[in-house]
Design a binder for this molecule. Structure first.
Ligand code: PMV
Length: 338
């Protein structure tokens, strides 16, 4: 017997960052975060639970993955299998539609798509916010990728881990866009998991981060409600920089900035001097993401291309939440990919 589920989820960029866990096993964050889902980058995943299989397998972009990767996926599948009447091994196939040159981590879309596909294949059919508590256990940031537009990941309470889940805030359909300046597309040197652990354990700035992230979030939600782009952008920029400041204060210090990241930051400030509202944020890597008006993206690309090669400038509109795909969609996806 085969139980099949196929789903697509998009990646997201945090505007209020998640940085630090209060519970590593359950992926409970130290603070609530808020992100924008992007339509330019997504993962399609097919899960087949099959009683004829004798082990789990994981194919990423057509390539069989090593034991370590497959074990991580198997552990995640178990969250669903524990709820199923019978235990089936699974074949997991994923296609990452994240341009290889983008240098963006794909864990957010990857675990959100996997959660979506497992939800269908297992027959659990959980509501999306509840499903986000499963995605959370794969990677924290994927919690937010189950919804489109602006999404909040509520840190939840200690007494009830399932209260740490995502919810939809706004569809971001008010002229919102993002330009990604690709500084370096190589894999990051310090993983977000390690970076967080080191920062929480050693940075004297960390308590101030947790405290001010609360106010940043409350003010950002107000700005979104009022469609106040300037305030949204200013909080995005200050919150992202504060996260990096906590890392610089860690021992040993963690620095994801590269020389060109600083150059990109200067360019964003220069855009504002030209009267273009544009605000930067950075994650656990050297690339700079620019929150802007979608209608300004061509002009921003034009300005930035004076300094960065156009192939290193990627634009995106807000994306939608997780969706289910048919077998025909999956075939079309494969044709597009290979
Ligand atoms: O959940 P991870 O391992 O993808 O970590 C995400 C960390 C940041 O991207 C830096 C912040 C965030 O909220 O996405």
């Amino acid at each position: 017997m085969k139980l099949i589920g196929i789903a697509r989820a998009h990646t997201n960029i945090a505007l209020i960052k998640y940085w630090g866990k209060r519970n590593k096993e359950l992926f409970l964050p130290m603070n609530s975060s808020l992100s924008l889902t992007l339509d330019a980058f997504y993962t399609d995943t097919k899960v087949t639970f099959d009683d004829a299989l004798t082990e789990d397998s994981f194919l990423l972009n057509g390539e069989a993955q090593a034991v370590e990767e497959t074990n991580k996926i198997a552990k995640f599948l178990d969250l669903f299998r524990q709820q199923m009447p019978e235990y089936y091994y699974a074949k997991v196939e994923s296609l990452n539609f994240v341009p290889t040159a983008a240098g963006l981590a794909s864990s957010a879309s990857a675990f959100a798509a996997l959660a979506g596909a497992c939800n269908l294949a297992s027959g659990l059919n959980l509501p999306i916010d509840e499903l986000s508590t499963y995605a959370r256990r794969g990677s924290g940031s994927s919690t937010r990728s189950l919804f489109g537009g602006f999404v909040e990941w509520d840190m939840g309470s200690d007494s009830d881990a399932s209260s740490s889940r995502a919810h939809f805030i706004d569809d971001a359909s008010w002229d919102i866009g993002m330009v990604i300046i690709v500084v370096n597309n190589q894999k990051k040197t310090v993983s977000s998991r390690l970076g967080m652990e080191q920062t929480v354990a050693t940075s004297p700035f960390y308590p101030a981060w947790v405290e001010t992230a609360k106010t940043d979030l409350a003010q950002m939600k107000q700005a979104i409600q009022a469609k106040d782009f300037k305030t949204l952008g200013e909080i995005t920029e200050t919150n992202g920089m504060k996260m990096h400041a906590t890392m610089l204060g860690a021992n040993p210090p963690i620095c994801y900035f590269e020389p060109e990241s600083i150059l990109a930051q200067q360019q964003v400030r220069q855009l504002r001097e030209l009267g273009i509202p544009a605000y930067m944020t950075m994650d656990a890597g050297p690339n700079v993401k620019v929150l802007c008006r979608a209608s300004d993206m061509p002009r921003i690309k034009g300005e930035l291309s004076k300094v960065f090669d156009e192939s290193r400038l990627i634009t995106s509109l807000p994306g939608e939440g997780v969706i289910s795909l048919s077998e025909a969609d999956w075939e079309a996806s494969k044709n597009e990919f290979f």
